[in-house]
Design a protein around this ligand. Structure first.
Ligand code: ZN
Ligand code: ZN
Length: 872
């Protein structure tokens, strides 16, 4: 099935040429049948695009389509009759893969010095199955070199490297705006004196993936994905330009024991490619191209495996600073209680000697990580230690394990090349916070931990308070670990027997936890929410049913849309509420797509303060390593740019694609790689336009064809007559034009796209779910606030139309305006009664808003504009 190819990049000087000559072969360009306008190549491409854009379509399904189509086409015709025939026809056009034999225990790959071994030289396991020529384990690798040669060697694709637009100064919008990226091109940097377009800075992603749908089995395979960091975001996040190099196989249901032998393949290729000559069609000449792997984008467990740092449960669990956690015996886990050491030295929270676990003034400051040289030395020392025990001790002390494959790269610098993964970190923090306030994660252990550190005295579990008749009646008390039952003598008997059970106790109310009534109210508010399109989840009782916010993206949206803050306001203790809103506000700011460099210092301080307050006002069980990692996220912005360009979400989509390709249990990884080779070729064909692809139905590949040209407007527009009153209102905005001179015709649209800060959303006049928007009069630029309620206008989109004025097209939105605008508890709200109907320019109104209903009023919960009349 898969060819073991002797690829040129391994032995020769890499002067790789890509040519489109094979595409000119007459065999491929013959018409499908006499008189057909479609060539054989085009029809194979069409079938493969269908194959790749329908996740999980099997090869036998492709064969069936081909053979059926072959029968109905005019005879004779040249359509291949099976998947295999079609594959053979274009195989030489795909990027070749190499299949290696590996040790079943992942100690080594049988290559280089070991190519002829029949046993693993480390663990002595057999290479081949008993009495067979078949290897016990294989790994399929798709090299980088030929893909880069193809990229530089194809007009349409190569020019993408030259399309990058210069970004306005003082703004951070992507990784390439950060100082780390800049430093690569400066003196002493890895790309010193190189033209940006002739460099290939890469990032590596990997994560354990469970190929079987059932969650019971272990994750077992690890895809390795490389992204090209300075391609435009919309290009580099598509699988294709995002390069799958291989999938490290697990053994049955177990994870691979080591990743290093596989990673060494990448390292070796990177070393041969570090400088290579590739033909550049943009320049029309061969050019020296420099390739380097400079970033690692993974979650914490993957970082541990890839870069040999401690796992998240360790005392020294932070790979970015030398913070040490504390083991809490009641919680059976490590907590990180150093949030205050991130604060400015004169910060008032540092001198709090009562509310923090330490009961001391905090005078320490954060300790930076080891330098690159120190770290290299420590890792060498670790390798040289004689036994496991000493190694473990050293790891506990330093948070570092031994040397690893990527250290062979001369420019490797771990602490500069990995950043905390914002997606998992923030979603994890949100999940933990919600689980604590709803009581899901609250327990006797949590309260005992507070007691251990002498905090929140009223929340401690009183000695010998088993569940008794009286205490189960208390409405604000909660029985943990068991559903409430009516208390019958039988039940009491039953419970007394289990009285030693830790789970069975009464937890006194706590200021950080919603009581029964509050939980119901929060649920009711959450259920009343109405989201504009683009949200991952539906309104539901998210507080009592946490699984309704299952996805990471869902959790993030729930907080960043301000929905969480609105649902919870007024329901927790006053300090807790203030602190929680501060944390939510920080999370919202941490996920922005663009920053002004000047604002970053303040964002860092706000983050440190919010986390120090969480440590003060919420149980210590929340102080996990992910909470600590949040400190490092805004610290990284000046150097790495916003999280937006580094989210792991696009990789998650690729992982999902891989999982869906798994159709049989046999040699899963190499089968997926074979399909990926076809996928990669399809994407290349669509991007390159080597053959005409205009008539193709593209499915999810639609976007790829539009990379070079903006999308065509396909909205239906209908003529509409504008009312006199509407025209009057419009004339005021058109600088007091004469209504009589205005065109009374408009072109009505159902919906229209609106761009705010680079983010596109859809404004709709759909009768079932019309968009809710607002308009601000007299907005002050610096701090978005207004002086009085009347400065805010809230409405529901009734219709959208375009209008021609003095030869220019304007897009208008006709709004039903709500009456009785009020600002309470920091939220704008209106009566649902419509007072009038007025047109506004699309450019002037907000993007569609999340709406909540409470006490017969409509809340616009995500509005950033504040009312500041009281303060002035
Ligand atoms: Zn072995
Ligand atoms: Zn740290």
């Amino acid at each position: 099935m898969i060819n073991v190819m002797n690829t040129s990049w391994k032995n020769e000087e890499p002067t790789i040429n890509f040519t489109t000559r094979p595409y000119e072969e007459p065999r491929l360009n013959e018409p499908l049948y006499d008189g057909s306008k479609t060539t054989i190549l085009q029809s194979v491409l069409r079938h493969f695009v269908t194959f790749c854009s329908n996740n999980g379509m099997s090869k036998s399904a492709v064969s069936m389509c081909l053979s059926n189509e072959k029968k109905v086409l005019p005879q004779p015709n040249k359509l291949p009759k099976s998947y295999k025939e079609a594959h053979d026809m274009v195989k030489h056009l795909l990027i070749p893969t190499t299949t290696y034999h590996c040790c079943v225990n992942d100690c080594q790959i049988f290559r280089l010095d070991h190519s002829d071994n029949i046993k693993c030289s480390v663990c002595d396991e057999d290479r081949y199955l008993t009495n067979s020529q078949n290897p016990r384990k294989t790994f399929t690798y798709m090299p980088l070199g030929p893909r880069l040669a193809r990229w530089y060697g194809t007009d349409n694709v190569c020019k993408l490297l030259y399309s990058k637009q210069e970004v306005a100064n003082g703004k951070l919008g992507d990784f390439t705006d950060g100082s780390i990226y800049e430093s690569w091109y400066e003196e002493g940097g890895v790309f010193e004196n190189m033209e940006e377009s002739l460099t290939v800075p890469l990032a590596l992603f990997t994560d354990g993936l469970n190929p079987n749908k059932s969650m019971a089995t272990q994750k077992s395979m690890w895809p390795l994905i490389l992204t090209w960091l300075h391609l435009p975001v919309n290009v580099r996040q598509i699988l294709g330009p995002m390069m799958l190099v291989g999938i490290i196989p697990g053994t049955k249901t177990e994870e691979p024991k080591h990743l290093d032998p596989y990673l060494e393949l990448i390292v070796d290729e990177l070393l041969t490619l570090s400088e290579c000559k590739l033909f550049n069609t943009y320049k029309g000449a061969p050019c020296k191209v420099k390739v380097a792997l400079l970033q690692y984008q993974c979650d914490i467990p993957a970082f541990g495996k890839l870069l040999h740092v401690s796992s998240q449960a360790a005392l020294r669990g932070c790979p970015y600073c030398r913070e040490t956690g504390e083991y809490c015996k009641n919680l059976h886990k490590v907590v990180h209680l150093s949030n205050r050491s991130f604060l400015p030295t004169n910060h008032h929270l540092r001198s709090d000697t009562t509310n923090y676990a330490s009961k001391r003034e905090e005078s320490s400051t954060t300790q930076h990580m080891y330098t690159n040289e120190e770290e290299y030395d420590l890792r060498k020392q670790y390798d040289d230690l004689p036994n496991k025990n000493q190694k473990n001790n050293m790891q506990k002390r330093t948070g570092l394990k031994g040397t690893y494959s990527f250290m062979k790269l001369p420019y490797h610098n771990r602490s500069e090349q990995m950043q905390p993964d914002g997606m998992h970190t923030i979603a994890d923090v949100i999940g933990n916070v919600l689980d604590t306030i709803t009581g899901k994660d609250d327990s006797k252990k949590v309260r005992l931990c507070e007691q251990e550190f002498d905090r929140f005295k009223d929340t401690w579990v009183k000695e010998n308070t088993d569940v008794t008749e009286e205490s189960t009646d208390g409405s604000s008390n909660e029985v943990v670990g068991q559903k409430r039952k009516s208390v019958t003598p039988n039940n009491v008997q039953h419970k007394k027997k289990k009285s030693n059970n830790v789970e069975q106790c009464v937890l006194p109310p706590a200021p950080w936890r919603l009581d029964r009534t509050a939980l119901a109210l929060a649920d009711k508010r959450a259920k009343s929410l109405q989201y504009p399109p683009g949200f991952d989840y539906h309104p539901d009782k998210h507080f009592s049913k946490p699984w309704t916010l299952r996805t990471m993206h869902g959790k993030l949206q729930f907080v960043t849309s301000n929905a969480a803050a609105w649902c919870l306001h007024g329901l927790l203790g006053p300090e807790q509420e203030r602190t929680l809103l501060k944390l939510f506000d920080v999370l919202k700011k941490l996920t922005k797509e663009e920053y002004k460099v000047a604002d970053l210092e303040q964002l860092q301080e706000e983050t440190h303060e919010a986390l120090a307050l969480i440590e003060r006002d919420f149980p210590l069980s929340l102080q996990t390593i992910t909470m600590h990692l949040l400190h490092h996220i805004p610290e990284g912005f000046p150097r790495y740019g916003p999280l937006y360009g580094r989210w792991l979400f696009p990789y998650e989509r690729v992982n999902c694609w891989i999982t869906r390709q798994v159709l049989n249990k046999h040699r899963i990884e190499s089968t997926v790689m074979e399909t990926y080779a076809i996928y990669d070729w399809c994407v290349f064909m669509l991007m390159s336009d080597i053959v005409d692809t205009d008539d193709l139905t593209l499915g999810k590949f639609e976007d790829i064809c539009n990379l070079n040209e903006p999308k065509k407007e396909t909205m239906k527009k209908t003529q509409t007559l504008l009312e006199e009153k509407v025209l009057d209102d419009m004339s005021e905005v058109y600088d007091f034009a004469l209504t009589s001179r205005m065109n009374k015709q408009g072109l009505a649209l159902k919906s229209v796209e609106k761009k705010v800060n680079g983010k596109t959303s859809r404004v709709s006049s759909n009768k079932q779910s019309p968009s809710h928007v607002y308009f601000v009069r007299n907005l002050k630029d610096q701090h978005p606030c207004v002086r009085e309620e009347d400065d805010m206008v809230f409405g529901r989109v009734k219709s959208i139309f375009e209008h021609d004025w003095r030869g220019k097209m304007y897009t208008w939105v006709l709004l039903d305006l709500f009456s009785d605008v009020a600002y309470t508890d920091g939220f704008w709200n209106v009566s649902e009664r419509v007072s009038c109907c007025k047109p506004f320019l699309l450019d002037d109104i907000s993007e569609p808003q999340v709406i909540g209903r409470d006490n017969d009023r409509l809340f616009f919960i995500g509005v950033d504009v504040k009312l500041c009349s009281n303060e002035l």
